[in-house]
Design a protein around this ligand. Structure first.
Ligand SMILES: [Zn+2]
Length: 258
């Protein structure tokens, strides 16, 4: 896991257009900035500058060898794909820039980016074929480092795939509500499936879970016998009829007395 710092471009800036987006793709870029210090935080400062607003240029994440900075919420678009104001790259893809600063460790930045891409694919229920190069949208030679290195792009995708295949990572904890009240118990969203402790859920309906290791045994609460229910219903109806009869008698007595 890599730390993700949220440092959003302020609302109203020309490079925060704010068009609603439901991410369908992830677009990979290289920053093309080899200067020392041109790390993720430096790019966050750049995106909040007038220079970036004037272009306008923006993307969702910059990844260096230590941290990830997020510049836009994921339900808003950025201007990074070069395919126009209505282009699929600009309007439906999450833009990720991988740093090239010469004082950073590029291999670590790529590893962090692969982790982020895998996390985003899981979070949005997307498959790996939705990972695109900037080049795919506009023909620009970007991500230039991954494209320029023999097997670079395939190696990056393989690293993403490896994260997708490793043991499930918890996407986020989920609150559990019982009859409208929040329970102390917590569930988890993992790879878009919800997980809740079985013993907790079964106990809610009066059953129990025993065993551990390679098997568990679930004991459900005793089922109600339909014949028994019918008998109880008949008894209740009988009592209702009796109550009605008694009420009528009382009413009659009251009339007689008055
Ligand atoms: Zn690019």
């Amino acid at each position: 896991m890599v730390q993700i710092i949220q440092d959003f471009i302020p609302k109203g800036r020309r490079n925060r257009p704010g068009y609603a987006m439901s991410p369908k793709y992830i677009t990979i870029h290289d920053t093309a900035n080899t200067q020392a210090g041109a790390d993720a935080k430096a790019h966050a400062r750049y995106l909040k500058s007038n220079a970036a607003a004037a272009i306008p240029a923006s993307w969702h994440f910059t990844v260096d060898d230590r941290v990830i900075v997020q510049h836009l919420p994921l339900n808003e678009n950025g201007w990074h794909a070069g395919d126009g104001s209505t282009g699929t790259g600009n309007r439906e893809s999450i833009g990720i820039e991988i740093c090239e600063n010469r004082d950073g460790v590029r291999t670590e930045a790529e590893k962090n980016a692969a982790w982020l891409v895998a996390k985003l694919l899981k979070d949005h229920g997307l498959s790996i074929d939705r990972v695109r190069q900037h080049y795919d949208w506009s023909g620009k030679n970007c991500p230039r480092v991954l494209r320029g290195r023999k097997g670079g792009w395939q190696g990056f995708l393989a690293a993403v795939e490896a994260h997708l295949k490793t043991e499930a990572e918890i996407t986020r904890p989920i609150g559990i509500y019982v009859d409208g009240k929040k329970a102390d118990e917590v569930g988890y969203l993992i790879d878009n499936a919800t997980y809740v402790r079985a013993s907790y859920l079964i106990a809610l309906i009066g059953g129990s879970v025993t065993g551990h290791g390679d098997h568990i045994k679930i004991t459900l609460p005793p089922k109600a016998d339909p014949a028994e229910i019918a008998k109880l219903k008949a008894e209740i109806n009988g009592l209702k009829a009796m109550t009605a009869a008694l009420e009528a008698k009382i009413e009659n007595a009251r009339i007689a007395l008055s």
